[in-house]
Design a protein. Structure first.
Lengths: 139, 486
């Protein structure tokens, strides 16, 4: 299964489904799906190291918490993650490192303000020899 | 897999429907939905009725889990949902019953200008508003506040920014709660929330937020319209925005902090987006203190947007905003939780009223209605869509008896954002709107496509439904002339 994402309809908001062969490889398409809802987010310039690490007991909640941090970074520092590396993703722990690169505003097309990554319909489940993550963002 | 509701739904009368509490074992009260036949056809197609049933499971909920005619699928609560909980009977506060955009709301400014004065200049007015009012994704405000000022904005709301010169004292009188909720506690607002909102006080945002120039096209209640200062052919401004990134983060922080709180208090929930805490608990009080801070931020935000719009009109018409009669008619929240007293089983009780996409609608004589409007009731502002109209309603006594003083907040979406974009493919929404007499400006074409008129229910049907139920009465219909969106 090749990692990929798709957007789906929700009455007032937008849903994202990400597909990948494993938990660790779900992170990249989920992240790209979130950026795709915001628009065409182009990064350029010097990046600084970024790290997310959290403990828990539910993979879907760990994924949501990670995506909420990605959104916060975009909103407060106007930075986009590049070069994602997932050190660990289990039900007990998620650890992601990446570069946080400035958003190139003139080259980006920012279409939507994402308020939050919600808990509504949040899930990670097995499909066709891989995994599917589902989450809905509030617009 | 269909999203359509398949549970029980009983007709109560021409404007109300019931979901009996026997539907789910956890339901503590019935669900009660306000909608006519036509609206109910679309309501049944998504999961919003299931959400009404889920909210009925919240501890301490009183009377009914309510939904207004603009109901649509949200997360946790439906949009258009109202729930009152009794803190003295284990009642809870749920951030999902307020939403991410805390104190998203609407304000209406009237003017002495008339259609013949404004119509020939509407292109310039919209251009100047678009250039002056910060809007769109990632746009910071023109007016900067330091951390100390931000804390005062959160503690004092509109009162602080009016004191700084961004409005008139009469604006406060015409704002729900005077634009300042007591017991706000900025100490409960995280550093992250501060950072997310620090340059956003005085920004419109994107999505369905807008600033619209309108003309009063129909008067349905002469007495109430006169009290509100509205007359046929008159120009008004409507502003729809909220607490911006600060409020989103306050909600997100609360949902994280409350994640394990239901287990602590032995609360079982059908949906984790409904996470909650007893109102009278340290966790509940912490959320309420932060939520009120974000609500005050939102009122200050709409106050500064009003200031910027007044500046634009004063500049274009070479007269002061005062001499143009740009008086605030009213400002109402539609995403909020407030402590309000109601009669329950013959006793006066202080309830925690959640309004998630629902507007307060107090009737004539209520002490919280401004003195100038007390003989007619509180203005209820119901924006429609960019191409049709918006309504000014007025609260009626049945709202106090049936809906905890609550009413609808808008038209309600009927088309998803993706479906709206598909429907707009190959079309130019701005040109279509222009053909209908509306000048529209937005940062991105996508925004106009997603917010096209066809994406919304007919607000006229929503207004009819609440009037038929007796919870509000039509006062005036406003037709858009120009709109700016993020």
């Amino acid at each position: 299964m090749t990692p990929r994402y798709e957007l789906f309809d929700h009455t007032a908001d937008i849903g994202i489904r990400a597909f990948a062969p494993s938990l660790a490889t779900l992170i990249a398409p989920s992240t790209e799906g979130l950026y795709a809802v915001i628009g065409d987010v182009v990064a350029a310039g010097d990046s600084h190291p970024w790290r997310f690490e959290a403990a828990g007991d539910d993979t879907s909640l760990l994924l949501r918490d990670y995506l909420a941090e990605v959104l916060l970074l975009f909103d407060t520092e106007h930075r986009r993650l590049t070069g994602l590396s997932v050190a660990e993703f289990t039900a007990q722990r998620l650890c992601v490192t990446a570069g946080a690169q400035p958003v190139d505003a003139p080259r980006s097309v920012l279409q939507r303000e994402v308020k939050a990554v919600t808990y509504h319909a949040l899930a990670i489940r097995p499909v066709n020899g891989g995994l599917e993550a589902t989450f809905i963002v509030d617009i | 897999m269909s999203d359509a509701y398949t549970g029980p739904l009983e007709r109560v009368d021409a404007s109300r429907w019931r979901i009996p509490k026997s539907y789910k074992p956890q339901m503590r009260v019935d669900g009660l939905i306000y909608a006519g036949d036509e609206l109910m056809k679309t309501v049944r197609t998504d999961k919003s009725l299931e959400q009404v049933a889920n909210v009925a499971c919240l501890p301490g909920i009183v009377a009914h889990s309510l939904a207004m005619p603009d109901i649509h699928w949200g997360y946790g609560f439906c949009i258009g949902g109202v729930a009152a909980t009794d803190p003295e009977r284990d009642g809870v506060i749920s951030p999902g019953g307020v939403g991410y955009d805390i104190n998203c709301g609407v304000r209406l400014v009237r003017t002495d200008l008339t259609l013949p004065e404004v119509q020939p200049r509407i292109q310039q007015i919209v251009t100047d508003l678009f250039d002056t009012v910060p809007c769109g994704v990632g746009r910071g405000g023109r007016i900067k506040f330091d951390r100390g000022q931000l804390r005062r904005i959160m503690a004092e709301g509109s009162r602080f920014v009016v004191g700084e010169g961004f409005g008139w004292p009469s604006d406060l009188e015409m704002t729900e709660a005077g634009g300042s909720l007591p017991d706000a506690n900025p100490d409960f607002v995280s550093k992250r929330a501060f950072e997310r909102g620090e340059d956003q006080c005085g920004t419109l945002g994107s999505g369905n937020h807008f600033l619209e120039v309108q003309v009063v096209e129909e008067i349905a209640d002469l007495q109430a319209a006169a009290a509100f200062g509205l007359a046929l052919g008159q120009i008004t401004l409507m502003i729809h925005s909220g607490s911006r990134g600060l409020g989103y983060q306050v909600c997100d922080d609360a949902l994280l902090e409350l994640r394990h709180v239901p287990q602590k208090y032995g609360i079982e929930l059908p949906d984790r987006q409904l996470v909650c805490a007893p109102v009278n608990s340290p966790e509940g009080e912490r959320y309420l203190g932060a939520m009120r801070s974000a609500a005050n931020f939102a009122w200050a935000n709409r106050q500064i947007l009003t200031y910027l719009a007044r500046e634009v009109f004063a500049g274009l018409f070479k007269r002061s905003a005062e001499s143009l009669g740009m008086r605030l008619v009213y400002d109402v929240a539609h995403n909020i939780a407030k402590m309000e007293p109601y009669e329950v089983e013959g006793q006066r009780r202080m309830l925690c009223v959640h309004r998630k996409g629902a507007t307060r609608a107090f009737p004539p004589g209520h002490p919280e209605v401004p003195q100038a409007y007390r003989h007619v009731g509180q203005p209820v502002l119901v924006p429609g869509d960019m191409g049709r109209s918006s309504w000014v309603l007025v609260g009626q006594p049945a709202a106090m008896e049936q809906t905890f003083g609550s009413c609808c907040h808008g038209a309600g979406r009927v088309m998803s954002r993706s479906a709206a974009i598909r429907a707009a493919k190959g079309r130019f929404i701005d040109k279509e709107l222009l053909a209908r007499g509306v000048v529209a400006r937005a940062r991105e074409r996508t925004g106009l496509a997603e917010e096209q008129p066809e994406a919304y229910k007919d607000v006229g049907l929503v207004a009819e439904a609440v009037q038929a139920a007796g919870i509000a009465k039509k006062v005036a219909r406003l037709r858009p002339l120009g709109v700016i969106k993020g």
